[in-house]
Ligand binder design. Structure first.
Ligand SMILES: Nc1ncnc2c1ncn2[C@@H]1O[C@H](COP(=O)(O)OP(=O)(O)O)[C@@H](O)[C@H]1O
Ligand SMILES: [Mg+2]
Length: 333
């Protein structure tokens, strides 16, 4: 794997990008160690794609610096382009060649024999779930198929650093699983991966470290475990048959999980962050002892919404809501 310095694979410092009145990036700092996967987690419009485009030399920042394997993305753009694989909307594949031909061509460029290149291409086509379309021109592929071919091309090309911009958004669960397996393979072969996602679950499964951004600012960073511990790894939702027992139930649950549940007295609903699903039997027993009837009980993974609420004290704003706010401001002016 081409690695031209001993420092971080990606190093971003004080990155600012404005589009007219919109500040898309408001001073982003991040570091990605060689061979690791960084999950850049944030809602729609938080600045993920802008960050990736700057790192991939497709756009210039207004302030700050970004380096890939020690190369400055502006001054040394040529070297950076040699090192990166970029999947998403900026495909590197030749649309007139078939998926298999594209991968074989990359293998030949890397100096493999024709036989080696073809064999490896077939293997990756299979993994990408593209066996049925292997000999069809890439231009006939759907968006999801193109993304998986891009990913296969990055693996084939053994790119030192790979940017994956929301690689599974819009994919069905089976395709998502295939894509996750390919991303793990990329990481296992030593590529450094910057993966953007809106899904905490995805970052949790794939990333060594997570940086959470909101409105162009970093709001949290850490390993998946540290972040999940900060917000409770799961959320317990519970509804009582008789809302008048809410106080007793709250006290009992609080003594077990050692944190204050959020209660809605009107509906008799209670929710709490729990770090360990094993507290469930104790909760059920304790409520049962007090003859507290439960009509609904569930454990779920925290959503990005929960994460944002915990980290920032506000809900994640979507791009659409931002546009609404802007329209309201303009209407008021
Ligand atoms: N080319 C552009 N022109 C104007 N505004 C843009 C452009 N690209 C992005 N933005 C704005 O910058 C912000 C960040 O966008 P983006 O990086 O695409 O976020 P994400 O990828 O996290 O959804 C958004 O408010 C978006 O509307
Ligand atoms: Mg985006």
């Amino acid at each position: 794997m081409a690695q031209h310095n001993n420092g971080p694979a990606i190093e971003v410092s004080g990155l600012v990008k404005r589009f007219g009145d919109t500040t898309a990036l408001d001073g982003i700092d991040l570091t990605v160690e060689p061979g690791s996967v960084l999950g850049l987690l944030g809602p729609n419009g938080s600045g993920k794609t802008t960050t990736v485009r700057i790192l991939a030399t497709l756009m210039k920042a207004d302030e700050g610096t970004a380096r890939v394997c020690g190369y400055d993305v502006v001054r040394d753009a040529y070297q950076v382009r040699q090192l990166i694989g970029l999947t998403g909307q900026y495909a590197s594949v030749d649309k007139d060649l078939s998926g298999h031909q594209n991968l074989t061509m990359i293998g030949r460029l890397l100096g493999m024999s024709s036989k080696q290149a073809k064999a490896r291409a077939s293997e990756l086509i299979e993994e990408a779930g593209l066996a049925d379309a292997a000999t069809k021109p890439a231009k006939s592929y759907s968006g999801g198929m193109r993304r998986r071919l891009d990913l296969a091309a990055s693996i084939m090309g053994e790119a030192a650093v790979v940017f994956l911009d929301e690689p599974t958004t819009g994919l069905d669960p089976a395709r998502r699983g295939e894509t996750w397996a390919m991303i793990r393979r990329l990481a296992a072969q030593g590529s450094t991966v910057l993966l953007t996602t809106q899904y905490l679950e995805e970052a949790d499964h794939l990333a060594n470290d997570i940086v959470v951004i909101d409105a162009g600012k970093v709001v949290a960073r850490g390993t998946p475990d540290t972040l999940k511990r900060r917000m409770g790894s799961q959320t317990l939702d519970l509804r009582l048959s008789d809302p008048s027992q809410l106080e007793e139930a709250t006290n009992r649950i609080q003594s077990i999980i050692d944190a204050a549940p959020v209660v809605d007295a009107r509906t008799g609903q209670l929710s709490a962050a729990v770090t360990d699903g094993e507290v469930m039997p104790a909760i059920v027993r304790s409520l049962d002892e007090a003859a507290i009837g439960v009509s609904e009980l569930s454990l779920r993974l925290p959503s990005l919404d929960d994460v944002f609420l915990t980290l920032t004290g506000h809900r994640a704003t979507t791009a659409d809501e931002k546009a609404d706010e802007q329209n309201e401001k303009e209407a008021a002016a």
